[in-house]
Write a protein that binds this ligand. Structure first.
Ligand code: ADP
Length: 763
């Protein structure tokens, strides 16, 4: 491993972070709790309020005892000692590691209440909409016991609901909604339009997933900038073209091009001289080609479906709708136009932010997860966070079997089916974690052929997913999951109502099977953590083949010779440690990629901060008017007759318009620069230095240009008692915006994507 020695050393050291002190506090709070039992509700509240000041918690034992009493009274849950420790660590701003089923929901709510009592607003960041709504409702009585407010923001929340929710003391929301609202708030032109309210603390559930795995996923706000008319015309023109004479499709069906005849027809319909004139090449011609691509190459119900007036992409390799994905904007618009739908045309990226940049905006970040230790180094490097490991309330009775290693993928797959069939014949519930949809379906088919009934989990609906997962512990159940099975949902033995609990305990609890190691041990451990909840018995077992992606990618620089048995199994301990080695290598590679990519993102994040500050100044002060009138005093004098607030708002609208437009262009430019940086970088400089140089220079230009353009507009545009008539002058803000996340990030590698699409691999 060499290069990553420091990483492993750091991990070991921090994992042992000692919590002696907090254990002492918890013990004392236990003593106090006895007295608290006889207190009235208002006495409990008074005791807790007395234990905190604006600066923090001054009497931790009393504070914890009061919170515990409140939990017992409101939720019927008396926190375990370890939960109390976890709360204290969170309040110190750590990421805590607690196993699945150990009660992180309660811990999070208690810590959030603690922060709120010291006057801090908390965003409790959940993995999905479903959990935001569920947890906010579940924990509401506890938070409200102290006279504090709690609310959830989900995808379904209206604007007014969001405005109200964000003003609560504790806000439960998925990270995507928080990010999208932040981006939208950065487009407002009056302070009163703000949706979010500042928060002091982000308490992140499944912290490693949000802070590390998805850290570099950009959330995007795109805007509609008019020009629908033109697209309609272009679509119309293109729809009259005939294949063969007006356009030709290449042999592979991937490209389409206009013939001279076709070009002439389009020119006639659009009433323009030539598509190839300078004025049309950059815009009209591009859009004609997109419309042609949409018409000739993309087919409804093959490449996309139309549902509720919307075009949704079908993911080719998975054969199902890819919810948040879009084509590059022009193409999306072209397909919409072809289908006669309202067009999200001219879609321009107005703004985007990565989850990492979003999280770094909070003064305090803390979090909880079942797997933090393995992410210790990343959490420290990227966020300055410490990891605290919290003991289990009850000893685990889970048995983690050693990996079963096979020479080839085919042999491994056969063994997986055999093992599941065997476990199922005993009645023991089995949860299988696969790496993609194709694999899960192939496995389900193969099991079906053996007469094993399978629930396949295609996570499309959070609530449905949670229900299937919750049922996964019932007798005879086989659940094949396509991704990290329902992080955040509890698998109870004997079904969600635990009716057959004793029987399943007798069978050995839940058996968890991994069909391949993931690229990071954290993902393996998340899957393992589904079994053995709260001292339940359980079994976990991973299958590995020497053809797996992780082994191939991680073993590139070394080799191992092994002699497989008849069934292809390799039982050599050297091979066992070889697989470990390969995985450490891939883990190291991911860390490198993350560190590298963040270097690029960091600068943009810093620029964003500067931009935010500038926006705030323009929104909250008369700075816009002052700047414009000092740059153009004559124009200012002409406007003397207007009321002060009208002038200030007009100047603000003008300044913000240009600032936002320039920023949007800056993002597009820097994206291009990044794509081409390896070509541009001159010999003496490293790409990242070159990138920085360009970014800094461009950002400075941006600032100047935004002001210069604003001055020009200030001089030209009509300004009267109704304000600046920007739209009439062609400076139109997007009339509609939409949000999405870019899904293809380099860190989401599934582990063995090379087998996806092979339908019969389990036979
Ligand atoms: P995690 O998110 O850590 O996997 P949950 O918050 O979903 O765990 O809690 C798992 C289960 O444990 C829930 O059913 C919850 O009601 C229960 N639980 C949590 N804390 C306690 C407690 N102090 N006493 C009894 N049950 C608890």
């Amino acid at each position: 491993m060499g290069k990553f020695d420091w990483f492993w050393k750091a991990m070991g050291a921090t994992a042992e972070r000692n919590d002696k002190k907090s254990k002492g506090i918890v013990d004392r709070s236990q003593e106090l709790a006895k007295d608290f039992a006889s207190y009235s509700d208002s006495d409990v509240v008074a005791a807790v309020r007395g234990a905190v000041t604006g600066a923090g918690i001054v009497d931790k034992p009393a504070f914890l005892a009061g919170l515990s009493a409140a939990s017992t009274r409101t939720l019927g849950l008396t926190p375990f000692n370890v939960q109390g420790q976890a709360v204290l660590r969170l309040l110190e701003g750590d990421v805590i590691q607690m196993d699945t089923g150990e009660g992180k929901t309660l811990v999070g709510a208690m810590a959030a209440t603690g922060f709120a009592l010291t006057g801090k607003r908390v965003h409790l960041i959940t993995v999905n909409n479903y959990l935001a709504a569920r947890d906010a409702e579940w924990m509401r009585p506890l938070v409200e016991f102290f006279g504090l407010s709690v609310a959830a923001v989900t995808e379904a929340s209206t604007r007014d609901e969001r405005v109200a929710a964000y003003r609560s003391d504790v806000v439960y929301a998925p990270v995507t909604e928080i990010g999208f609202d932040h981006l939208r708030d950065n487009q407002i032109t009056r302070r009163s339009q703000t949706v979010q309210a500042p928060a002091d603390v982000a308490l992140v559930d499944e912290a490693d997933s949000v802070l590390i795995d998805e850290a570099l996923v950009p959330l995007v706000l795109a805007g509609n900038v008019g020009a629908q008319q033109a697209t309609g015309q272009i679509t119309e023109a293109v729809s009259r073209l005939v294949t063969g004479t007006d356009y030709v499709i290449d042999a592979e069906g991937r490209n389409v091009s206009l013939t001279d005849d076709g070009a002439r027809k389009v020119e006639r319909t659009l009433g323009i001289e030539s598509l190839y004139d300078a004025e049309h090449v950059g815009d009209t011609l591009v859009r004609v080609n997109l419309a042609l691509h949409a018409q000739a190459l993309l087919h409804r119900d093959v490449h996309y479906i139309v549902d509720e007036g919307k075009v949704s992409l079908v993911d080719a390799s998975r054969g199902r709708v890819a919810e948040l994905q879009r084509w590059p904007d022009g193409l999306q618009a072209a397909v919409e136009a072809k289908e006669g739908l309202s067009v999200s045309e001219g879609g321009r990226i107005l703004d985007s932010i990565t989850l990492q940049a979003l999280m770094r905006r909070y003064p305090t970040v803390c979090g909880m997860t079942g797997t933090a230790v393995e992410a210790t180094e990343q959490l420290r490097t990227f966020y300055g966070l410490h990891v605290s490991v919290i003991d289990r309330a009850t000893e685990t009775k889970r048995f983690d079997e050693a990996d079963r290693i096979y020479a080839t993928a085919a042999e491994k797959n056969r063994a997986i089916v055999d093992e599941i069939e065997h476990l199922n014949s005993t009645g023991q519930p089995v949860l299988v974690g696969t790496h993609d949809v194709a694999e899960s379906e192939a496995l389900a088919d193969a099991l079906g052929e053996r007469g094993v009934t399978v629930n396949v989990l295609n996570a499309k609906n959070d609530a449905e997913e949670a229900r299937i997962i919750a049922e996964a512990g019932d007798v005879g159940r086989v659940t094949v999951s396509t991704q990290m099975a329902g992080r955040g949902t509890d698998i109870r033995l004997g079904g969600a109502d635990e009716a057959a609990r004793d029987e399943v305990v007798g069978l050995g609890g839940l058996a968890v099977i991994g069909t391949a190691r993931h690229r990071t041990s954290r993902l393996d451990n998340q899957l393992r953590g589904r079994a053995g909840r709260q001292g339940d018995p359980g079994l976990t077992l991973f299958f590995v083949s020497l053809e797996d992606d992780v082994v191939v990618a991680g073993g590139a620089d070394s080799a191992v010779t092994a002699r497989p048995g008849q069934d292809g199994r390799v039982a050599d301990s050297r091979v066992q440690s070889y697989v470990e080695h390969c995985r450490r290598v891939t883990e190291g590679q991911l860390l490198e990629i993350h560190a590298q990519t963040w270097k690029y993102n960091k600068l943009l994040a810093d620029h964003r901060d500067i931009l935010d500050e500038r926006r705030a100044t323009l929104l909250d002060t008369p700075a816009a008017w002052e700047e414009l009138s000092s740059r153009s005093p004559e124009r200012a004098k002409q406007l003397d007759h207007l009321p002060e607030d009208v002038k200030v708002q007009a100047a603000r609208d003008i300044m913000l318009y240009h600032l936002d437009t320039e920023w949007s262009e800056h993002l597009a430019l820097m994206d291009d620069v990044r794509e081409s940086i390896h070509l541009r970088a001159i010999a003496r400089e490293t790409p990242i230095d070159e990138y920085h140089r360009i970014a800094v220079r461009e950002f400075k230009d941006l600032a100047n240009r935004a002001v210069d353009k604003a001055v020009e507009t200030f001089n030209e545009v009509t300004i009267d008692s109704a304000g600046a008539h920007l739209e009439a002058a062609g400076w139109k803000r997007p009339s509609a915006t939409w949000t999405y996340m870019v899904s293809d990030n380099p860190l989401s590698g599934s582990g063995n994507s090379f087998i996806s699409g092979v339908a019969n691999m389990f036979r």
